[in-house]
Ligand binder design. Structure first.
Ligand SMILES: Cc1cc2nc3c(=O)[nH]c(=O)nc-3n(C[C@H](O)[C@H](O)[C@H](O)COP(=O)(O)OP(=O)(O)OC[C@H]3O[C@@H](n4cnc5c(N)ncnc54)[C@H](O)[C@@H]3O)c2cc1C
Ligand code: SF4
Ligand code: SF4
Length: 349
């Protein structure tokens, strides 16, 4: 029961542990399930049926033994704000036979074993109050990290928390201010190698995600430890890597070098560069760009005033980091520069 990635783990592991008829039953419509699309595809590929729009009603027991579950059929109705309601369809309840039910509908922390009189505050959700920067609790000698700090997350977040909490503990033991944290290492450097040569590659591509080849079901379903995804072969792997958007490579603009030839504006495939007169209000400026920059959660870059009195405005929201502007620019006013960022980790302070 459940529609997240954990449910997909459960059903696929069940298949590997001998489950012949494994079903996933979920309240939401298939398209709204929290599991990643490829996880759903992989489960279905392993002959697991997914029953969506089924709300659990009861466990059905006969002679003290579970025989299945009863579900109500619903349909999703969305209001103008996209908020979803699950409305019963009026169809008869559905009985699904089962001798084992795994419930994968969420996790929460449980700290019954932590005394409540040691200066450690808990909030209304019974979660410890933890500082988001230092990971220190209200008992200064106690630090939290991972799922225990702010609720279920993922492995990479837990590791990052561990590093940050360790940095805090070190500062604490040295009687230093925990908020004065060592700065991360950052560096910005040009990727230009020659006149038309860059140390990165970023063609504009419309390729869809390439499918990762998988091992045969006859092998993977009998061995829980058998790796399913075989990885790309070399040519496909290379093609897939070519689709990287190179978000670490930034466009850097030098006002002094620009001769206002407008060539970059012409060549940009997403029309995100505009040379125009400035406006007192950012909203007005956003509207008069070649393509209006309507996503206000993304900054626009506005240069200093150029010689003709115009400014260069770039909508960061739609930049593909393709580098064509830098390629075309006759004066290197545009440069593609790689940004390197390495957060401070425990062991390196
Ligand atoms: C089914 C499932 C699939 C997941 N898949 C992924 C995935 O694919 N990728 C991903 O990044 N994340 C995934 N996650 C999330 C990931 O597992 C967690 O975010 C991560 O393990 C959290 O690490 P942690 O060290 O904070 O906690 P945990 O890994 O939970 O470690 C806590 C440890 O503390 C121990 N413990 C608990 N209470 C006590 C106590 N009183 N005394 C001593 N020890 C105690 C526990 O036994 C446990 O070993 C998945 C989670 C689940 C449940
Ligand atoms: S990198 Fe490409 S998309 Fe971004 S501004 Fe330059 S030409 Fe346009
Ligand atoms: S191509 Fe270079 S010089 Fe020409 S307008 Fe763009 S930034 Fe300025």
């Amino acid at each position: 029961m459940g529609g997240g990635n954990t449910a997909m783990d459960c059903c696929r592991t069940s298949r590997r542990m001998g489950g012949e008829s494994v079903k996933v039953v979920v309240r939401s419509p298939f398209k709204d399930m929290k599991a990643s699309p490829w996880e759903k595809e992989d489960a279905q590929h392993e002959d697991i049926d997914i029953f969506d729009n089924h709300v659990p009603l009861s466990f059905e027991v006969e002679n003290g033994k579970l025989i299945g579950m009863k579900f109500q059929k619903v349909e999703a109705v969305y209001d103008d704000n996209g908020k979803r309601k699950l409305i019963p369809t009026g169809e008869p309840d559905v009985f699904i036979e089962a001798d084992e039910v795994l419930i994968a509908i969420g996790q929460e922390n449980s700290f019954p074993w932590i005394e409540r009189d040691i200066g450690l505050e808990f909030n209304e959700w019974e979660m410890p109050t933890v500082d988001k920067v230092t990971f220190q609790s209200t008992n200064p000698k106690v630090f939290f990290g991972g799922d225990a700090a702010f609720g279920p997350e993922n492995v990479i977040t837990a590791v990052a928390h561990g590093h940050q909490a360790a940095v805090s503990m070190h500062l604490f033991c040295e009687e230093k201010d925990l908020k004065q944290r060592p700065a991360p290492f950052t560096k910005l450097f040009s990727t230009k190698m020659g006149i038309h040569e860059w140390s990165y590659d970023s063609p504009v591509t419309i390729d869809q995600r390439f499918l990762v080849p998988q091992a045969e079901k006859s092998l993977t379903l009998v061995d829980r430890k058998k790796e399913v995804e075989l990885g790309f072969n070399l040519p496909t792997g290379f093609k897939e890597a070519q689709r990287c958007l190179n978000c670490d490579v930034q466009t850097e603009f030098s006002t002094d070098l620009c001769i206002e030839c407008d060539a970059c504006m012409d060549v940009c495939p997403t029309s995100c560069i505009t040379f125009t007169g400035n406006e007192p209000e950012e909203d007005q400026l956003r509207q008069k760009l070649l393509v209006p920059a309507t996503n206000k959660s993304q900054d626009i870059l506005v240069s200093d005033t150029l010689k003709t009195g115009r400014v260069m405005v770039k909508d960061e929201d739609v930049c593909l980091h393709c580098g064509l502007c830098a390629e075309r620019c006759p004066t290197s006013a545009w440069d593609m520069q790689q940004y390197f960022y390495s957060v401070t980790k425990a062991g390196s302070i």
